[in-house]
Design a protein around this ligand. Sequence first.
Ligand SMILES: C[S@@+](CC[C@H](N)C(=O)[O-])C[C@H]1O[C@@H](n2cnc3c(N)ncnc32)[C@H](O)[C@@H]1O
Length: 292
Amino acid sequence: MEAGGLDSDGRQFNNAEEMWREEVGDHPKKTEWYHKGVGYWEGVEASVDGVLGGYGHVNEPDIKSSDAFLNTLLDDRFPSGEGNRHLVALDCGAGIGRVAKNLLIRYFNEVHLLEPVSHFLEAAYENLSPDNIIVLDSHKATNFYCVPLLEFSPDDGRYDVIWVQWCIGHLNDDDFVSFLSKQSFQPDIFFVFYFPEAGMDGLKLGGLFVLKENIARTGFVLDKEDRSITRSDLYFKELFDRCGLHIYKSKDQKGFPEELFQVKIYALTPDLRKRVYRTRPKVQTNRPGIIR
Ligand SMILES: C[S@@+](CC[C@H](N)C(=O)[O-])C[C@H]1O[C@@H](n2cnc3c(N)ncnc32)[C@H](O)[C@@H]1O
């Protein structure tokens, strides 16, 4: 990223490389960066207000806008009423399960949560217990992983949607690219033939990432307190390119207080084409089949 940026003390950087060299330049510095990032959240109260930095009232417009986005996304990608695809989502940097509880659990049969801060994850477990949610019995939060993004190794091809909201700013560029590339790797037939044991990580075939993040006007803004970076739209697009991901859909968040960063939601796919992943052929063919 060629454009310059600022840190929260007002210090200017000529470009992102300069900033990253300083912040995570060598191994001990990088360890410290991640340690301080998680350490910041360890000191925050496990509440909606806590995970939203004192802006608990944006929960409602946030969920409403994400709901409309996800609804059309799933309709486009996995049209309903066409079979019974068992939809599974992973919520990354899930905090207290705010997004999982208010949104994901209504659409997905299984929701998994990844969150490195244990008291957040304990709150999430409680918030998503069957006594505290009103959803169909077939929709459940099943797995709670207490690890940071970089230490997560899911089963191959597990997720229809990997939701990443307000947490990718904790990763430096190289780790951002390696995390998303690893989770979205979709082998072609030759790869599977030559490396049958390699498989794919994270996303199911046809699965999507959804990234919802603050957006800087230009370049980036580094927050020295929680060790995170807010990137511009252009910066994100450069990183998506490096990951081999394409924007399937995107939308600006509306209705947030003016003093906050702009917020954008991106649906990302490793596929170039806008394919629909049907769970059953639309036209029933008249071939003999196995009766189960
Ligand atoms: C602003 S909160 C957002 C929580 C949740 N996504 C939401 O929207 O309610 C940021 C979250 O990112 C988590 N986080 C920080 N560093 C992380 C890392 N390296 N890997 C995964 N999550 C991380 C924090 O613990 C915190 O729960």
